[in-house]
Design a protein around this ligand. Sequence first.
Ligand code: ZN
Length: 102
Amino acid sequence: MNLYEDNWRRYRRVRALLLIIVISWIPIAMLVGTLSRWLLKTSIVGSIILPIGLLLFMIMAIRFQTFPCPLCGKWFSGTWWYNWSFLARKCVHCGLRKFSVE
Ligand SMILES: [Zn+2]
């Protein structure tokens, strides 16, 4: 297995985790908040879950946006002043195509 495949597998994992957080963060916070209000008679738990989800989202978004290119090691999808994010089809620095293995 070559080095690029490992990097792209890591890229897909980061992207999947980010997508899972985006989709599930608000519903989980609402569910936990509702259950805690119903069972524990307090909204503190829901108030804690919401910023934790935001923090997780920020961490994963930064990891995704700054994912290093397997070839040149610079940010794959952008520079300090712009970022193509998930729309990047190739490295903005060296031109390596996304998911390329050679
Ligand atoms: Zn590159």
